[in-house]
Design a protein around this ligand. Structure first.
Ligand code: BGC
Length: 404
């Protein structure tokens, strides 16, 4: 992630922290009134059944070519992902690095060939796929006519290219983490036309849309699409508590230099702030070092309100919601990663929200490499993918679970 992006993300993380505190006390599960039968995008909810528990294929095609995107994914990954019990993969692609000049913005056959191989590899393991458009900084810095035309031309080609893939097996996410000038309000204005461009090529494709401020889950309730646009899923990201999930990250400036933050707090020995951290961090750490788990800033209250809020909006607005990224970096201690994964997954399950962990085998890896090959980390598997009653029932996920 570029540094300019990182600084914006720091600020977003700080705002997120404040908001999490505010909403964690205010939000509860959807009330009977919220859930009263009304208009619902039934196609969106139906499509969502095949995107319940996913994993992000990070640090590959979302990076500028020749830089940090050094992971490659193949049959062994898809087999292990499937065996762990996931039902979908989210595939981030920075399409803008592979387009020709305006106005056609022709996408190179080479990138299509690479992405085709991944889509085919996932489908061979009966994994559904979300293809997104990741890190489109030119767009999120200034979503002007040129950027918007680029985006439309790209999606029209992608939709045409994948038209033959059955509707339930592949979905598109139009823009990963809109941010800065790509605010939720601006995206609300822009989504209908790009959705029309996709649907002109492929009317059946499920489309994921995301709010601003780095696709913040807490902003999902501000998404707004006309009701004649259906087969849509709202998706948001949540990395709270950010000081825990991103400790030691190299792309977030000074913010995450402090290591040893546990989940849930308090830690066995007090954690002291690393040099150069923002002013608010020592106060956060003082709370982390002393407050009991239920009040600790590194605890469930950091995200519970956001999850509940998004679920309440889903019930009220009749739109399916997915949490496309959450996860904890490998620098956190293993037990805390498992505790965090379980706590977040339990919150999401409680509110019926499907999700995708970031990531499979990069900085937030859910996998380990053994002499026998790659496989899901046992603790994270138990935390994220326990058998659940629906697995033995008649739902689409159950039919697709290889462990039965
Ligand atoms: C970014 C990754 C980053 C992750 C966690 C993703 O949206 O694309 O580069 O590792 O968020 O910060």
């Amino acid at each position: 992630m570029p540094l300019s992006s990182s600084l914006a993300r720091l600020f977003a993380a700080f705002l997120g922290l404040l908001a999490a505190v505010a909403v964690s006390t205010a939000c509860a599960a959807p009330s009977a009134e919220d859930a009263a039968p009304g208009w619902r995008d039934e196609e969106g909810f139906r499509a969502m059944k095949r995107f319940q528990r996913g994993i992000n294929l990070g640090n590959a095609w979302e990076a500028p070519p020749g830089t940090w995107g050094d992971r490659r994914y193949g049959p062994d990954d898809f087999r292990a992902i499937r065996a762990a019990g996931f039902d979908h993969v989210r595939l981030p692609v920075a399409w803008h690095h592979y387009t020709g000049p305006a106005p056609e913005r022709l996408i190179s056959p080479r990138i299509f060939a690479e992405i085709d191989a991944l889509v085919a590899g996932a489908r061979a393991e009966r994994l559904t796929v979300i293809v997104n458009w990741h890190h489109f900084d030119r767009f999120t810095d200034a979503p002007d006519a040129e950027a918007v035309a680029w985006w439309h031309a790209g999606w029209a080609q992608i939709a045409r290219h994948y038209r033959e893939v059955p509707a339930g097996e592949l979905a598109f996410e139009l823009l990963n983490e809109p941010r800065d000038a790509a605010t939720t309000a601006r995206m609300n204005e822009l989504y209908p036309a790009v959705i029309a461009a996709v649907r002109a090529e492929d009317p059946r494709r499920t489309i994921f849309v995301s709010p601003g401020n780095w696709g913040a889950l807490k902003l999902v309730p501000e998404l707004s699409l006309p009701r004649d646009i259906t087969n849509v899923v709202a998706t948001g990201h949540c990395y709270e508590p950010f000081l825990f999930t991103h400790q030691g990250a190299s792309w977030t400036g000074n913010l995450n230099h402090t290591r040893g933050i546990v989940f849930p707090g308090p830690p066995p020995r007090p954690v002291t702030a690393a040099d150069g951290v923002p002013d608010w961090v020592p106060g956060w750490l003082a709370d982390h070092n002393t407050l009991p788990a239920e009040k600790n800033p590194s605890g469930v209250s950091a995200f519970a309100g956001q999850v509940a809020d998004a679920a309440a909006w889903s019930a009220r607005e009749g739109r399916a919601v997915h949490v496309g990224e959450f996860g904890a970096i490998v620098h956190a201690d293993p037990a805390s990663r498992v505790n965090y994964a379980r706590a977040m997954r339990e919150e999401l399950d409680r509110h019926g929200l499907p999700w995708a962990w970031w990531d499979w085998k990069a900085s937030f890896a859910a996998s380990v490499v053994t002499p026998e090959g790659i496989r899901m980390d046992a603790g994270l598997r138990e935390a994220l993918l326990p058998a659940r009653p629906a697995d033995s029932g008649a739902g689409p996920f159950a039919r697709r679970d290889p462990r039965r």
